[in-house]
Write a protein that binds this ligand. Structure first.
Ligand SMILES: Nc1nc2c(c(=O)[nH]1)N[C@H]1C(S)=C(S)[C@@H](COP(=O)(O)OP(=O)(O)OC[C@H]3O[C@@H](n4cnc5c(N)ncnc54)[C@H](O)[C@@H]3O)O[C@H]1N2
Ligand code: MOO
Length: 458
């Protein structure tokens, strides 16, 4: 088998019917014997026995959790900054982009050729004529022509520009003849054609793209008032984590450190640092209280195990728990806390797919709102297969888009969607939002696009 065949085979294995019947693909050997197959409903333990934390208070529904995260971002104090154009890329305009000048700012020749006044033929002056970047040229008299370059100022009284390839200059007689009909105003870009001073070019809230940088420069801007990208620090918790080599002696590789920083950047954040802190409450305290980031993202330690330090730490600093547990599988122990009016902590569960769920449920709306980015239109697609649901919670299931023989697009649920697995999401281009109770083949489901679906890492 070639490498390509292996790749396709791997994706096809991950691609999958998530049906109510047992899967054809056996569960990986590493799964515990009592674990459900990788492509079935969420882990039974979480279905039947709510977490101790969940017993203590009602969990937030998944839509409410996303709304709460967005609200937290919207109500945080904004800190617009004026930055040079070259630093504004990817930020959001904090004020409208209003033209500081007419564009073009003078009547401009659109072509290389001749500026002419009145009907031809015209007498013409010798010489290079009017070049771009020069100050006001001498006015033309009626019946006169002068050479002109693209981008040069049109002389007063000129009525048209004749392209050089449409003109014949008779040097002996000093006469210029047009070889086509000349229409008044042709190939002249009049001052203010694109905008007048003060015209609104873009509203506040627009993303500064390369094209916006170009427009801003053309319209006279040296700096822009923007909402900076929110800053994030990632704190990876867990004594059992290795940062290199094979898992050994009951320890596992840290899958979240390498994954979160680039993912958070794709969500619009500037990641200041990713640090592994082990299970050390003092180190957690010092790191969070000393962080300069707008958002601290922790991983692990959100449940109620003996080494789960996030809740006790938050209680010790009187943090305001905005979301404490969400009715979503995987990821239900995720949390969002306000540490200060402009500082938040997102606690992602340690199970890797649960952390992805927390990232998209809490971090994404929070970061979007902090950056003043508009929410995208919800995107829905029909699911190809039945997908079992949790009786009371939303489920997030990795899917990939496929087109069938009839040309219809479907979201195809993937195998290996257990809370501790990344194999499904690594082959996915979205997460389907499965409502409580499950979905049937053909149901239109909300899809959370994954950033690489837009090719932003390629
Ligand atoms: N009694 C209960 N126990 C648990 C419940 C529950 O409801 N009742 N919920 C389970 C669920 S669901 C989740 S999710 C986890 C969340 O636990 P924590 O956030 O406290 O995470 P840890 O215990 O630290 O780790 C859980 C799991 O994930 C592995 N892990 C942690 N960090 C990483 C990493 N950076 N890279 C790879 N793997 C990581 C860790 O080794 C554990 O296997 O709690 C359940 N427990
Ligand atoms: O099911 Mo947890 O919420 O492992 O992610």
């Amino acid at each position: 088998m070639s490498d390509t065949d292996h790749e396709i085979d791997g994706i096809e294995q991950a691609l999958a019917l998530v049906s109510r019947t047992p899967p054809a693909v056996p569960a990986p050997a590493a799964d515990p014997p009592d674990a459900p197959p990788p492509d079935t409903a969420p882990e039974a333990s979480t279905d039947q026995a709510p977490a101790p934390a969940a017993e203590a208070h009602p969990a937030t529904t998944w839509p409410e959790a996303r709304a709460a995260a967005a609200l937290a971002g919207r109500t945080a104090p904004a800190r617009p900054r004026r930055v040079p154009l070259e630093q504004a890329l990817g930020q959001i305009l904090a004020e409208p982009l209003d033209a500081l000048t007419d564009l073009p700012s003078f009547d401009t020749s659109a072509m290389d050729g001749w500026a002419v006044a009145g009907p031809g033929p015209w007498s013409f002056r010798e010489g290079p004529g009017i070049l771009a970047g020069r100050d006001a040229p001498d006015p033309l008299g009626d019946g006169e022509a002068v050479r002109i370059a693209t981008g040069a100022r049109i002389p007063v009284e000129a009525t048209a520009v004749v392209r050089r390839e449409h003109a014949h200059a008779d040097a002996a007689k000093q006469r210029l003849h047009a070889q086509r009909e000349v229409i008044t105003g042709q190939d002249i870009r009049p001052r203010g054609q694109e905008c007048r001073t003060g015209d609104r070019l873009l509203p506040a809230g627009s993303v500064v793209t390369p094209a916006v940088l170009g427009l801003a420069a053309a319209a006279g801007y040296d700096t822009l008032l923007t909402v900076p990208r929110p800053t994030v620090e990632v704190l990876v918790l867990g004594d059992e984590l290795l940062t290199s080599g094979l898992p050994r002696d009951g320890m596992v590789r840290d899958a979240l450190g390498p994954m979160l920083a680039p993912w958070l950047r794709a969500l619009g954040a500037d990641v200041l640092d990713t640090r592994c802190l082990g299970d050390d409450p003092a180190a957690l305290r010092k790191a969070v209280l000393g962080s300069e980031a707008d958002v601290v993202v922790t991983t692990g330690g959100t449940a109620a195990g003996p080494l789960d330090h996030v809740h006790p730490f938050l209680a010790s600093v009187d943090a305001e728990l905005l979301v404490d547990g969400v009715d979503v599988r995987p990821g239900h122990p995720m949390l969002l806390a306000r540490l200060a009016p402009d500082t938040h902590l997102v606690g992602l569960p340690g199970n890797p797919l649960a952390a992805v769920s927390g990232l998209l449920t809490l971090a994404e709306p929070l970061l979007r709102a902090l950056a003043h980015r508009p929410a995208p239109e919800p995107y829905r697609a029909p699911v190809r297969d039945d997908v079992p649901g949790h009786p009371a919670s939303t489920r997030l299931v990795p899917v990939t888009h496929r087109t069938d023989a009839s040309g219809a697009d479907h979201a195809v649920p993937l195998h290996y969607n257990g809370p501790a697995m990344l194999r499904g999401v690594a082959a996915a281009d979205g997460l389907a939002v499965i409502p409580p109770g499950g979905a049937c083949a053909g149901d239109e489901l909300e899809i959370l696009d994954l950033p690489w679906a837009e090719g932003c890492f390629t």
